[in-house]
Design a protein around this ligand. Structure first.
Ligand code: PLP
Length: 385
């Protein structure tokens, strides 16, 4: 049987062997990092080593790292813990930001995206000027569906100029592009281990010095009182190992652009009517989100799955059900267009053969659809016409 091809790294990445080994090592340890005896001290050492590795990935001091149960919790902690009356979020944010922001007085204020997927900074500035209540602005580093990289440093400058705090969901950007929290100028930054080769269910919020944050979890004084509960040491150790590998592998990640661009060239040649979302903006090297009118995302995902190839619907799919993508909608895509978009995302062990297998299977699917459309009287080469 031909091996399966995994092209869904933005959903989750295969765990790196170094991370799996670190998890196993930590599981073999006895000891609570809060205990003062030797077992506790050993656990503490592991925890603090991982904290340093995670901090190094984003150029932050280790003591600013608060470990959480993942990117979702980090985003919730930032959005609600900062306690700002107003929460302004870019319209393409992940649901964990949008839904956490919705708890603000008067709900979340969404800052529109331009058609290329980049947040509209003029709109942000105008919106901030309308109301002087304390505000938190949240702009992600890179979008999970399109890979579009946001002008976070400029957004932070604008927001700080108006006295607002700034949060950045760097879950998809970290480990794919260099991240320097100080250069971004943000106050809070979210990370998730499983997007960079670590285990699922562990993440971090990096909290800049001097930022007051109310905890979501109440209990003991762990994580400098920002997050109560015994730390998930095996997960955190795996996160630390993955962060080290991700930092060392940034060049290889950048090199994935060659594969992605080759894929897009061949797709355009095969299906000239294809729409590639965010292609005109700076994008993560590993991500391509595209659609052909008339070729439903669900059909593609299922047909590709039967061919042993794993991709995502461009539409967010958190419960196994595909819903219209708010990201593509915010970029001006119609519901039908958004409903035909799929995402391929490459990662640390993707290679050219993966792309070839995808192209072969996708082209066969496209030909079938085009033939069907043609039989109904539309030119085969352009099912959208
Ligand atoms: N933020 C972004 C941009 C994401 O893509 C995801 C996961 O898909 C999350 C946050 C949530 O992270 P986690 O799965 O660790 O809760």
């Amino acid at each position: 049987m031909t091996p399966a091809v995994y092209l869904d790294y933005n959903a989750t990445t295969p765990v790196r062997p170094e991370a799996a080994a670190a998890v196993a090592d930590a599981l073999a340890l006895t000891g609570n990092a809060s205990s003062v005896h030797r077992f506790g001290r050993l656990a503490r050492r592991k925890l603090e080593d991982a904290r340093e590795a995670v901090a190094a990935l984003v150029g932050a001091p280790a003591e600013r790292v608060v470990f959480t149960s993942g990117g979702t919790e980090a985003n919730n902690l930032a959005l609600t813990g900062a306690g700002c009356a107003r929460r302004l979020v870019s319209a393409g944010e992940h649901d964990s930001v949008l839904n956490a922001a919705a708890g603000a007085e008067g709900g979340a204020e969404r800052i529109p995206l331009r058609r290329d997927g980049v947040v509209d900074l003029d709109a942000l500035e105008a919106r901030l000027g309308e109301d002087s209540r304390p505000a938190l602005v949240s702009v992600m580093l890179a979008n999970n569906e399109t890979g579009v990289i946001q002008p976070v440093a400029r957004a932070a400058e604008t927001a700080h100029g108006r006295g607002a705090l700034v949060h950045c969901d760097a879950v998809q950007g970290a480990g794919k592009i260099p991240v320097d929290m100080a250069a971004l100028g943000v106050d809070l930054l979210s990370l998730s281990a499983h997007k960079l080769g670590g285990p699922q269910g562990v993440g971090a919020l990096i909290v800049a010095e001097g930022i007051a944050l109310a905890p979501l979890m109440l209990g003991g004084g762990q994580e400098r009182r920002h997050r109560a509960g015994t730390e998930n040491l095996p997960g955190i150790a795996g996160f630390g190992a993955a962060a080290e590998c991700a930092l060392a592998g940034l060049e290889r990640m950048a090199g994935l652009a060659e594969l992605r661009d080759r894929l897009e060239r061949r797709l355009r040649a095969r299906a000239p009517e294809i729409k590639i979302y965010g292609a005109g903006a700076p994008r993560l090297s590993n991500t391509s989100c595209f659609g052909v009118p008339g070729l439903a995302a669900e059909t593609q995902v299922m047909a590709l799955d039967l061919a042993g190839i794993a991709v995502s619907a461009g539409a967010a799919c958190s419960s196994g059900k595909v819903a219209p993508s708010h990201v593509l909608g915010a970029m001006g895509a119609s519901e039908a267009e958004a409903g035909s978009a799929i995402r391929i995302s490459l990662g640390w062990d993707s290679g050219a053969p993966d792309i070839e297998r995808f192209l072969e299977a996708w082209s066969a699917l496209y030909s079938r659809i085009a033939r069907g459309t043609s039989a109904r009287g539309t030119p085969a080469a352009n099912p959208a016409a």
